[in-house]
Ligand binder design. Structure first.
Ligand code: 0RA
Length: 686
């Protein structure tokens, strides 16, 4: 995606002055040493600084992420904001204002202590200049509290400075306003006093350097808003305001959550039915030699079936969890089992991890002086000591909570027991389905028109809505590699049958699907018959429904089933959606197809070739059944020419929520939710 805002002719103009500036700068910086009589180290260290910044400019990917995909641009914001969040964590800042300006610049203002302005002994320039220009200089001044929030790569504001065409820092501190400007990370003059003030705080403004962000996307309000909302949730009492001054009309958003992560959990559960009113809040800490590890959790069970646990280390989301997640899981299972056993609620059974986590919404936030992650992107925490710390804190505190709130404990355990029962029933039903499949000869359903090839890598199966469309598809297909499975009418909405999974497996259409795909069903790895994508008889599962509302509904029903019971088929990219055309356009013997209204208009213009009186036949397809086999092949099924959409899942947890809300039992806020997430719904529904 290119943003049309930048043209390359401007890039040269911006780039040149910076280069010149650089070489100039060496000439200016070095004589300065003599003037102010600073240490001999100065020239060496400032050259080091320049070399550091130059390294960032040469290989920005190593510091701020890939500058070509738009994520790096936003990492710059997180990096700058994180410094202000640190001031909050240190106890000095309760407000951050982020402003998106019409000229493509961004500014972050906080009301903290202000970056120190005094002379830095070692470098002989203001401490502010050191922080703004030296990599990793962030926490050096304040050993009493370690730097907690870290930015994606924890490189500090200097890395952002290096990749900015210019950056301004304005510091309110000690009754004075201090100001300094940098170009490409290089100061244009020393920090200077430009006025008086009676407050404290720091404002950092910057303009991303277009020679580095070559495929810059604009700053995205929604992305910034979502991320900073999360930051506000994780920092109770910190107000974050985002102001977008770029459009015709300004718009802004404000986040302040006194309840912190507990409010976060309530908010995540807004669309769900909570099983107990109060969010359970747990915190604890442990002293290590390197500093204190603190653990904060908020938990609430809802009547939903999926679990949603979000993990953070130093305010950074770890989307793949890690040692804090496993500590929580272990403690939950043992804590619920031991409480239930003590109260005689188990009757000899035991609760599995899946059972106790069903319907759980939780946040785990760990603060750690020196965390380790599995990768640069910090998706997974690997610091091994955290498992035990979280486990101990949760086991103890949750036990206490249950003792003090026996009614909540009872609800949670009953829910887990129900989950356990449903799981066992489902397993039996699956076995039955499988056995039945075998008894009915070869296991393949009669309705399936299979393909000739037995090599799954080249085989595809079309799940087709309705018998008549199925008929055209059977005739029109390439029978060597294409199989057709017609499914009659609406398949069962599995999202509404969670408590009655047996019914799901008794459903004819679902049994037919399971047997045709031949790869098992269910996501429980301990169950021998669970879904195994490597056993799929086809490498492509193509959902082909009418291009209307009903078709979209049936498609979502199929997807919901696959998502719930054959998830790896989606995550490993086996599921596709066929794109039948909406219109046939004809002029004489020439036939063309249009897949959207816009395309229809373009083709009509083309066929008219400048003569508005040319007669064009326009046929709107209401359903697949209206196409004859040849048309269906030409437009939708021919692998050489068709377009299909691949179903991808960007965020499993978000998809869970979407299916839950769109397809689940009546939810009070469903409408509001659909409106809010309409964009994502379209993506998911593709
Ligand atoms: C170093 C030391 C102190 C504060 C900061 C840095 C600081 C950095 C940034 C960056 C953006 N906003 C900021 N606010 C503060 C502590 C200063 C003291 O002890 O007074």
């Amino acid at each position: 995606m290119h943003s049309g805002r930048f043209d390359t002719s401007k890039i040269g103009a911006i780039f040149l002055p910076i280069i010149l500036y650089y070489s100039d700068k060496f000439g200016i910086v070095i004589p300065l040493i003599g003037v102010s009589g600073m240490s001999d180290d100065y020239s060496a260290s400032s050259i080091q600084v320049l070399e550091g910044l130059e390294a960032v400019r040469k290989r920005p990917g190593m510091y701020i992420g890939d500058p070509h995909d738009g994520s790096a641009l936003h990492h710059c914001i997180w990096e700058v904001v994180d410094n202000s969040v640190d001031e909050h964590l240190a106890g000095y800042n309760d407000k951050i204002e982020v402003t998106l300006k019409p000229d493509g610049t961004l500014s972050v203002r906080d009301y903290g202590r202000g970056i120190p302005v005094g002379l830095h002994d070692e470098f002989g320039v203001s401490a502010a200049e050191v922080i703004m220009t030296k990599l990793h200089a962030g926490g050096k001044f304040d050993n009493s509290s370690y730097k907690v929030s870290g930015g994606l790569h924890g490189v500090g504001v200097s890395a952002v400075n290096a990749v900015s065409e210019w950056m301004d820092v304005t510091i309110h501190r000690g009754g004075k306003i201090h100001y300094q400007r940098y170009y490409a990370g290089v100061p244009s003059s020393p920090l200077e006093v430009i006025g008086d003030c009676d407050d404290t705080g720091t404002t950092i403004s910057f303009k991303p350097d277009l020679t580095i962000f070559t495929e810059v996307l604009d700053f995205e309000f929604d992305q910034i808003d979502t991320r900073l909302k999360e930051t506000a949730f994780l920092n109770a009492g910190l107000e974050i305001v985002i102001l977008d001054e770029r459009g015709e009309e300004e718009h802004s958003s404000q986040h302040l959550y006194q309840g912190g992560i507990s409010e976060f959990v309530s908010q995540l559960n807004v669309t769900r039915e909570a099983m107990h009113q109060e969010v359970i809040v747990i915190s604890g800490e442990k002293e290590l030699e390197i500093g204190t590890v603190t653990v904060d959790l908020a938990l609430q069970w809802s009547s939903a079936f999926s679990e949603s646990i979000r993990c953070y280390t130093n305010i950074i989301r770890n989307k793949d969890g890690g040692t804090h997640m496993s500590g929580l899981r272990t403690a939950l299972t043992s804590s619920l089992n031991s409480y239930a056993k003590k109260k005689n609620l188990l009757k000899g059974e035991s609760l599995s991890g899946d059972d106790v986590r069903e319907g759980l919404t939780a946040i785990v936030s760990v603060k750690h002086p020196d965390p380790s992650f599995s990768s640069q992107t910090k998706d997974k925490l690997v610091s091994s000591e955290v498992t035990g710390i979280v486990q101990t804190v949760v086991y103890e505190k949750l036990g206490e909570f249950f003792e003090e709130n026996p009614s909540v404990a009872k609800i949670v355990i009953e829910k887990a027991l129900l989950a356990s029962k449903a799981r066992k029933a489902a397993q039996k039903a699956r076995e039955l389905t499988r056995r039945k499949g075998v008894l009915e000869g070869g296991g393949l359903p009669g309705k399936l028109a299979d393909c000739q090839s037995r090599d799954p890598s080249e085989c595809e199966v079309y799940l087709v809505e309705g018998d008549s469309a199925g008929g055209s598809a059977k005739t029109g297909r390439d029978r060597r590699i294409q199989a057709i499975l017609p499914l009659r009418g609406k398949i069962l909405n599995v999202e509404r049958q969670k408590r009655n999974i047996v019914k799901v497996f008794q459903n004819n259409e679902i049994q037919t699907m399971i047997r045709a795909l031949g790869a098992g069903v269910g996501n429980n790895p301990d169950d021998e018959g669970s879904f195994k994508p490597e056993k799929l008889r086809y490498s492509k599962i193509i959902i082909m429904t009418d291009a209307d509302v009903d078709g979209a509904h049936i498609r979502t029903l199929m997807l919901t089933f696959i998502w719930r019971f054959m998830r790896p088929a989606i995550s490993e990219g086996h599921v596709y959606i066929a794109q039948p055309p909406l219109y046939q356009l004809s002029k004489g013997r020439v036939n063309k197809y249009a897949f959207s209204d816009e395309e229809r208009d373009v083709i009509i213009e083309e066929l008219r070739a400048g003569n508005p009186s040319t007669k064009i036949g326009v046929q709107r397809y209401k359903g697949l059944g209206e196409m004859n086999p040849d048309q269906l092949w030409d437009t939708t099924m021919n692998p050489e020419t068709r377009t299909m959409l691949k179903v991808t899942i960007r965020d499993a947890e978000e998809s869970d929520r979407l299916f839950e809300i769109l397809m689940g039992e009546d939810v009070p806020d469903r409408r509001a939710f659909i409106e809010k997430y309409a964009k994502e719904v379209t993506n998911l529904d593709i």
